[in-house]
Design a protein around this ligand. Structure first.
Ligand code: AMP
Length: 283
């Protein structure tokens, strides 16, 4: 496995690999790798001849007062994990090279970026789309892998790729969970023991929504209200949103028909946790 910090070096390798007619699978991450990341890497390993993983804690997607400084970083452990699963290139660019002095170009996916998490984290998706576009330019992947965990991110990136004619396929893989249902996340490290015990309430509330839909409830407001009540049983939980939306447009759905995304963001202690399920009321 080659560890690369320089953009030019990564770019040269990518060009050579593509010139040799090989396929590149790419998994962008912010590091502190866990089984969720690994599911993406393993899929890339199965699909493509060359696998590139990037680790970059992107300052442009953290707002003032957010956790950029304390975001978990463990490059040594991440490197070992990547070696073990036979990653070919670990690309960890430096902030100064990604955003040199005078940097002023950003990608925006209007409309989609203002919904759900975008309401609570202004500028967040602009930071995400900008870095992902830059990484695509450097790595030149055939297929890029994202987790359903960040559903809105995946929808926005798919739209960016379509709108800007970026020659890459986007694959979105299922959420990997702990045994008790909590979605794996680098941010779960912020939870203390008590909070960690309580955090599966988020997944349980999503299950409640699924069950309610299965039983024929079609009124989103009623389902959301029951979910919120359940989450509020955890005194420390502070709900940013619980929403039922169209999975393509991310617009609120009042009366559920067909496939919907049930998504939530809840702060517990220092952790802001997100989770979601896609469910089909016609199933
Ligand atoms: P991050 O390092 O948190 O920016 O995540 C990098 C990629 O891993 C994103 O595409 C995430 O959606 C994905 N990911 C994070 N957690 C999970 C999970 N629990 N299951 C599946 N994919 C995940």
């Amino acid at each position: 496995m080659k560890v690369i910090h320089s953009i030019n070096q990564m770019f040269d390798y990518s060009r050579k690999i593509k010139g040799a007619g090989k396929t590149i699978g790419f998994v962008p991450t912010m590091g502190a790798l866990h089984q969720g990341h690994l599911s993406l890497i393993k899929r890339a390993r199965g699909d493509c001849q060359i696998v590139v993983v990037s680790i970059f804690v992107n300052p442009a997607q953290f707002g003032p007062g957010e956790d950029f400084k304390r975001y978990p970083r463990n490059f040594v452990a991440d490197k070992k994990i990547c070696q073990k699963v036979k990653v070919d290139f670990l690309f960890a660019p430096r902030v100064k090279e990604i955003y040199p002095q005078g940097y002023c170009s950003y990608v925006r996916v209007k409309g989609l970026e203002d919904k759900l998490c975008g309401v609570f984290r202004p500028g967040y998706f602009q930071g995400v789309t900008t870095i992902v576009h830059k990484l695509f330019n450097v790595v030149q992947p055939d297929i890029a892998y994202f987790g359903q965990k960040d559903f809105q991110q995946a929808v926005i990136i798919k739209r960016m790729v379509r709108d800007l004619n970026i020659p890459v396929k986007i694959r979105v893989l299922p959420i990997v969970r702990e045994k008790d249902g909590l979605a794996m996340s680098s941010r779960n490290k912020y939870l203390n023991r008590q909070q960690r015990k309580e955090a599966p309430i988020l997944f349980q509330s999503l299950q409640l929504a699924k069950e309610a839909l299965k039983k024929g409830e079609r009124n989103s407001a009623k389902i959301i209200s029951r979910m919120k009540k359940m989450i509020e049983r955890v005194p420390e939980a502070k709900i940013d949103y619980v929403s039922i939306v169209d999975p393509e447009t991310l617009e609120d759905v009042r009366l559920v028909k067909g496939r919907v995304l049930v998504a939530l963001a809840v702060r517990i202690g220092k952790a802001r946790l997100i989770d979601n399920i896609i469910t089909d009321s016609t199933d």
